[in-house]
Write a protein that binds this ligand. Structure first.
Ligand code: ZN
Length: 304
């Protein structure tokens, strides 16, 4: 194995990206999930998104959820916002880390927010300024980074150009989102390599969905390139808005289970994360796709 990072940072996105793609659950269940996750050792949790309730009813109670969470001091919590209005709600709610999204694909961006990618980048420049003025950091997530449900493949040069514009406008970090699970390891290597050559100094997060079973293989390809920051969703909570019944993000406990055995530290207590996944499964009322939730850690033994 080539040199892998000794430690990675995991951002738990189950309460947001996961629950956003499940049938709505009560605020108390969301609070319960965020609080359980807060005691797994995970260092970052994307807690809520501030979106129009008509657009995403699952996140309509974001303010109530966030106000209700008994926060754990070591955890960094963040919120996702689709526009300036949402970003202001996040900042007003006290978030000091805000994520904004732009799609690398024009068609996908227009379907999502009725703006071209270029127009969204103009909006994002204003959001970054406002976040900075209020003492917060702003990450720009480039979605459909490995493909678009309407346009198919998105050229690497275009994805890097979109991210580059965000960097020029002051983004504190960049995330590439595989919104529809179209990434494969070779494509991960290509995009990460191109971005790193252009912007070696910019912190990079990767966000994989396991829609087609390549999620952890993509992580491994990225680890081998030195990427040390990944999103994951407890239990593999969530889905894909363009593929009914498809699986969601890579499962946090599967990510932790794999990389820790390779000597890559995460700070996450695997048993606690599996417990949180079992709780996630109870609140959504369906069997979640995580293999580690089903089978337990590889060292689990049964009575002879
Ligand atoms: Zn996602």
């Amino acid at each position: 194995m080539t040199d892998l990072p000794g430690h990675i940072s995991v951002r738990e996105v189950g309460p947001r990206d996961g629950l956003q793609n499940e049938d709505p659950v009560p605020a108390a269940a969301k609070i319960g999930l965020i609080e359980r996750l807060s005691h797994t050792g995970v260092s970052r949790i994307e807690a809520v998104s501030f979106v129009r309730p008509e657009a995403i009813p699952q996140m309509a109670d974001a303010d109530e959820v966030w106000a209700g969470v008994d926060r754990a001091a070591p955890v960094r919590y963040s919120a996702l916002a689709p526009n300036l209005r949402g970003a202001r709600r996040a900042l007003d709610a006290g978030f000091t880390e805000v994520e904004v999204v732009v799609s690398a694909s024009d068609t996908h961006n227009r379907k999502n927010v009725n703006r071209s990618t270029a127009q969204s980048l103009d909006d994002i420049a204003v959001i970054i300024d406002e976040a900075h003025q209020r003492g917060a950091s702003c990450q720009v997530i480039v979605s459909t980074a490995w493909g678009c449900p309407y346009e198919g493949d998105v050229p690497v040069e275009r994805v890097v150009a979109v991210a580059g514009r965000a960097v020029a406008d002051g983004a504190d970090s960049v995330s590439f989102g595989d919104t529809t699970g179209m990434a494969t390891p070779g494509r991960v290597t290509a995009l990460v390599g191109a971005f790193r050559s252009a912007h070696p100094e910019v912190p990079l997060n990767l966000h994989f969905h396991n829609t087609r079973g390549t999620g952890l293989a993509n992580v491994l390809a990225a680890l081998e390139m030195g990427v040390d920051d990944f999103d994951a969703s407890v239990g593999g909570l969530g889905g894909c808005p363009y593929a009914p019944g498809a699986t969601g993000n890579i499962a946090t406990e599967e990510l932790v289970h794999m990389v820790e055995d390779m000597g890559v530290r995460t700070g996450v207590d695997l048993a606690a994360m599996i417990d949180a996944a079992a709780y996630a499964e109870r609140i959504v009322g369906r069997v979640l796709p995580s293999g580690v939730l089903r089978a337990g850690p590889r060292t689990r033994t049964i009575p002879a």
